[in-house]
Design a protein around this ligand. Structure first.
Ligand code: IPE
Ligand code: IPE
Ligand code: MG
Length: 239
């Protein structure tokens, strides 16, 4: 089985640059190249959805020069990939607190979301200024407002409504969560959406991550038995 929804914590750009005695920005530039090849490859692998952690809410604490580099790269990506996304039927969606983003990035995101709205072959989700707990707070506010207006009875609230209140609404659950650069944490990425995801950690730094690395993660995924609480015997009986 291949993952329908893969999510990636693209980590290690800074260390990649440091190892080469280059400024961190060079690592981010190379990281953007890795994004391009991995989006293309995910589409080739016929994944339904690819979610990439591009910038966390905590990343606002980095030096402003690095933040500017990252925002510039994001903007460049949104312009340069437009044609490729359209040609490959890839729909773009951004999640996260976009109010915090520079207006140029906000505008480019909105434009590309609308330009690719009719694409149905794959969904590319960019998490920018994203933090899972903050997203949950926004969802809770949304639900509380619905209850206040009388559109939702608190006793009737179910998992579907809760998940639909998140910014990832209507996306399938994450099947495979990859983190590069040898860190073993999820750093606030998709806490509810990836609550039953298979986790895959690799030492490879994000700028070095290739199509073959994604293939290797998918092979590992296909070897795992996802039991969803059942026993292996039950799964064997039910096929
Ligand atoms: C990931 O690489 C990119 C972002 C967080 C935006 P890092 O910049 O975190 O790289 P390291 O962890 O310092 O190597
Ligand atoms: C996580 O990377 C966020 C992104 C990949 C964009 P960080 O490098 O910021 O994560 P922590 O803070 O070290 O866990
Ligand atoms: Mg990092």
């Amino acid at each position: 089985m291949k993952p329908s929804h893969t999510a990636i914590i693209m980590d290690g750009n800074g260390r990649w640059a440091q190892q080469r005695e280059k400024p961190r920005g060079n690592g981010h530039t190379e990281g953007a190249e890795a994004v391009r090849r991995i989006v293309r490859h995910a589409r080739r692998l016929e994944m339904d959805c690819l979610t990439l952690f591009a910038f966390s809410s905590l990343n606002w604490g980095r030096p402003s020069t690095e933040i500017n580099d990252l925002m510039d790269l994001l903007l460049e990506f949104l312009y340069s990939e437009r044609q490729e996304l359209l040609e490959n039927g890839i729909r773009l969606r951004a999640i996260g607190e976009r109010d915090f983003l520079p207006s140029s990035v906000r505008a480019a995101l909105a434009q590309l979301e609308s330009d690719t709205a009719a694409c149905t072959d794959m969904e590319l989700v960019l998490a920018v200024s994203y933090d899972g707990r903050r997203d949950m707070v926004r969802a809770a506010r949304r639900l509380a407002l619905m209850a206040q207006k009388g559109d939702l009875l608190p006793a009737d609230l179910n998992e579907t409504q809760l998940m639909d209140a998140l910014s990832t609404r209507a996306l399938p659950d994450v099947d495979l969560l990859i983190r590069t650069s040898g860190e073993f944490r999820t750093s606030g990425f998709l806490p509810l959406e990836a609550c039953y995801a298979e986790l895959y950690f690799t030492e490879t730094l994000w700028p070095d991550f290739t199509e073959a690395d994604l293939d290797a993660a998918c092979v590992e995924y296909s070897r795992r038995q996802r039991r969803f609480g059942l026993t292996s015997d039950q799964l064997a009986v039910n096929g």
